[in-house]
Design a protein around this ligand. Structure first.
Ligand code: 2BA
Length: 106
């Protein structure tokens, strides 16, 4: 068994959870915050048989878009400091696949 942890953008989360549920996967959705942007994102936990991991990954890939975002960055100089925007590409999805030693529902 594997646990898939997938971090996606909030905008993609509704369609993604809908598709995963339709296809019979057990899913938990967590409201999370990215460390760099300090903005909300969504983390999915999906526990599944090894044989279905690729299916989950392809659903996540299909429903997770890449987007660009302008981020204000502060450049600290010696006398003054100025803030300037930098373009950051976020997503599609950041995915971890973990081996599960034991799975119980009690
Ligand atoms: P954030 O940490 O808010 O990062 C948002 C986006 O900012 C990242 O998109 C990346 O393009 C950029 N970014 C992150 N750290 C950066 C840095 N030190 N310098 C310049 N740009 C930086 P993604 O790579 O698509 O990541 C989206 C979200 O996935 C992240 O949100 C974070 O919540 C999660 N994530 C990404 N890599 C992770 C990791 N290795 N472990 C845990 N969570 C991760």
């Amino acid at each position: 068994m594997k646990l898939i942890i997938a971090i996606v953008q909030d905008e993609d989360s509704s369609r993604l959870i809908g598709q995963l549920m339709n296809d019979g996967f057990g899913v938990t959705k967590l409201a999370t915050t990215g460390g760099f942007l300090q903005a909300g994102n969504t983390t999915f936990l999906v526990g599944t048989d090894d044989t279905r991991v690729d299916e989950v990954l392809s659903i996540i890939e299909k429903h997770s878009k890449k987007r660009t975002q302008m981020v204000p960055t502060t450049n600290y100089g010696t006398a003054n400091y100025a803030s300037f925007p930098v373009e950051v590409t976020v997503g599609g999805a950041t995915i971890f696949v973990l081996d599960i030693e034991r799975f119980e529902k009690v």
